[in-house]
Design a protein around this ligand. Sequence first.
Ligand code: CA
Length: 300
Amino acid sequence: MRSQFIKSKMSVLGIAVTGILLALAMPFSAFAASNTVYNAIPAALPPNVQSLGYEATSTAEFGDYVHLGGTSRNLDTVTVTMSNWALYSDYVNDERYSADSTSWTHPITVNIYSNHLNENGIPDTLLATKTQSITIPWRPAANPACGGTAWLADDNNCYNGKAFNAVLDMSDLNVTLPNDVIVTVAYNTADYGAEPIQQAGPYNSLNVGVSSNQNVSVGTDDSSNEVFWDTTFPGYSSGLKLDSSWASSGTVLFKITASDSKPTSKDQCKNNGWKTFGAFKNQGDCVSFVATKEQNLPTY
Ligand SMILES: [Ca+2]
């Protein structure tokens, strides 16, 4: 039953996307650069993605348990591919949104937990959290060619939602990630979330993308059949818990970037310490980086 509910809900809310993503070659781990350590988002943003609507599915929080790739672990950004179904024409008389016919904004929260679960199966170690105001493009108006409420995209297909990437800068948190993390997305809708808004709005038409073809180009999804979900939909009880039977939709579309750790003192370069940073060709290279306050970058 649960599985059927999800599948029917997904088919109602989502538009399947097709296409094969090519595995991206990891860039060389240049010391000062941010590296992708997990990537389940489409390489090129499609017109829309299959998605889960928070208001429609009584959702407060939704995410995935994943294993990071590469070796960089200083958290920089989390990008979430989302789908917006809200039209500007429906909010042209709403003073909160009427001033901008291009986009609207909403606070989106990304949480990163360790993989430790309490006795109720709920992640209990929050490693990083960030709430950021995200700019969300309005969904284009319906096109008569689509014969209903959908818009017509450049690929000549009709979609009810529009995909966009929400990028959260989490670098200021100075968090070092473990290899295994549970990453979730949370936001308020009229009736759900940490603080329900108790008023209709475009956030009721805002969804988080899920895969329809399981392409994770960096790192791995622990299970393409499982997600972590806090929903009070009939049959569920609140709390962020493992949920199964998601089959091909059980990979949440997010990407994580991280940097290598940096030496902060010359002593950290000595006794072969320079080798642990993975970016220097020798001890002098490392010492120079510290002595110049990160102006002399690694030379290879
Ligand atoms: Ca999964």
